[in-house]
Each structure stands twice: as C-alpha cells, then as structure tokens.
Design a protein around this ligand. Structure first.
Ligand SMILES: Nc1ncnc2c1ncn2[C@@H]1O[C@H](COP(=O)(O)OP(=O)(O)OP(=O)(O)O)[C@@H](O)[C@H]1O
Ligand SMILES: [Mg+2]
Length: 257
C-alpha cells in the first residue's frame, strides 16, 4: 500500500504521517517514510534526532550530481533508498526527496516535485507500506500523482481555508482515479467542528484526530508525539487510523464451504 498525505500548510500532515508510520511499524509492517517537502522535517515527527534530520541528504542531490534529466531513465529507487535513507525508530526507513539548501541553476519548479513523483511512483509496495508526506497544497499531490491502487490521506484542521483545500484535494484525487480517499479531521475540538468538516467534504470517509496539547508540547521539544506520550488522544487516534487503513486494504477472506 502507498499512502500520499496531502492538505493545507500546517494542517498536521507531518504529525499524522510520523505517528502513522510508527504505528504501522509497531503492527509489524515494513514502512518507508518519504519526506516530499522541500523543507523536510518529517524525521522530527518520526522521532529522529534533529541533527540527523538536518544532516540528511535528499535524493535530489544524487540526481543533480550525475546531471540527471527527465529524459534519463529513472534511477533504481531501491538503490536510492539504501544510499539516502536513514533508519528511524521502530524500523521505519526515512528518505527525503528534495531540500532547499542554496541557490541553484537547476530547475526549481520540478526538482523535488519530479523526484517525489518518480520515487513514489516507482518504489515497490509489494511487501511494505510507503507513506509520503507531501508539500503543502494541492500542487504536490498532482506531482506525486497517486494512482488507482494508492490511498490519499487528506489532512484538514477545522479552519475554513483548510477545509476548502481538503475539499479540492479530494476532487483532484478523485480525478486522478484514486479509489480510496480518507479525510483526517485533525485538531477537532468537538462535534461541531466535525459536523462542519463532514458537511463541507460531503460523502468522504472521515476519521477524527482530536486537538491534543501533548502534540504541541512534543513539537516544541522537537520530539515525536509517539515517543513523548503514546497514550495521548491524538496519537491513539492515529493508531486507530493505521488499523483502519490496513484493515480495509486486506483482501476479503475467500468464502468457505
Ligand atoms: N492534533 C493536534 N493537536 C494539537 N496540535 C497539533 C495537532 N496536529 C498538529 N498540531 C500542531 O500543528 C502544527 C503543524 O503541524 P504539522 O507540522 O504536522 O503540519 P504540516 O501540515 O506538516 O505543516 P507543513 O505544511 O508546514 O508541512 C504543529 O505545531 C503541530 O504540533
Ligand atoms: Mg509538514
């Protein structure tokens, strides 16, 4: 299974992606976490130390080093994962596609985006789950271009702007032919928030993650909420999301008798 995580800036994509990966790994799945944000910080939400996150080299650098262009064959994603991935807690393998570091003459508009598309598109999910934390907004969803068999997780917090972007992201994912689109109503403070979000994103599968001071606290400390307080309401809700995604992805048991 491949899961593309999208939504407005600051809606909680990295928080949800990080805890989701840790839960999936703890349930025994092999997990690859792809940081598709050109300002990568998924590692923090996964529980990787800040210094190691900062030292991570993105895949894009490998491509620039060899003068790779879009006309060249895509490099072997397994090799890139081996060379550029780092081990995150729980056995999750983390890799960043691009990072804005300094001015460059190479193509900024498609640098990290094209790398995310190629890597997310070509990495095998035969025996593992790939979770891609995308750059904010709908643009990167179009770049990543998830397909019919992938899952799109649209993360929204209750603000009108965030909900509107979630509504459009869902439409885009539908147009891309994605069969399974799940909306995460993050930072929900109560039934009223949830009702508003569910109504705006009419008909979508919606799961709730509550507003949780423990998540903010972890963020201030630069720690993963999963490590700081695995029993906090948001982390527990993301665990339920992980189970839900895996359960629905499992093949139907064949009829017996
Ligand atoms: N359920 C929650 N309860 C409380 N705070 C939350 C919750 N989810 C996210 N936050 C806080 O919201 C902020 C944004 O979260 P996060 O970095 O995950 O968003 P993002 O969508 O990845 O942002 P960006 O678009 O910048 O990558 C962080 O300070 C985080 O701690
Ligand atoms: Mg983020």
């Amino acid at each position: 299974m491949k899961i593309a995580v999208t939504g407005k800036g600051g809606s909680g994509k990295s928080t949800v992606s990080g805890a989701l990966c840790r839960h999936l790994a703890s349930q025994g799945h092999r997990v690859v976490a792809v940081d598709g944000d050109p300002n990568p910080n998924l590692g923090i939400s996964l529980g990787v130390e800040r210094e190691r996150v900062e030292a991570m080299e993105p895949i894009l650098n490998a491509l620039i080093a060899v003068g790779h262009t879009h006309d060249d064959p895509t490099p072997d994603p397994e090799d890139l994962l081996r060379r550029y991935g780092v081990d995150a807690p729980g056995g999750v393998r983390l890799v960043a596609t691009g990072k804005i570091e300094r001015p460059t003459d190479s193509c900024l508009c498609c640098g990290s985006h094209m790398t995310t598309r190629q890597f997310f598109g070509e990495l095998s999910d035969d025996d593992r789950i790939v979770v891609a934390d995308l750059e904010a907004g709908i643009n990167d969803l179009l770049w990543a271009r998830p397909g019919a068999n992938d899952v799109v997780l649209v993360v929204a917090e209750p603000s009108a702007k965030s909900v509107e972007i979630a509504r459009r992201a869902r439409e885009v994912a539908t147009d891309l032919g994605v069969a399974r689109i799940v909306v995460v109503a993050n930072r929900c403070a109560g039934d009223e928030d949830l009702a508003r979000m569910t109504e705006a994103i009419d008909g979508a599968e919606v799961l709730t993650v509550p507003e949780d001071p423990a998540v903010d606290h972890a963020d201030h400390l630069g720690r993963a909420p999963y490590d700081l307080d695995p029993t906090s309401p948001a982390v527990v809700a993301i665990g339920a999301l992980a189970e839900h995604l895996v359960r629905r992805a499992a093949p139907e048991p064949s009829p017996t008798g």
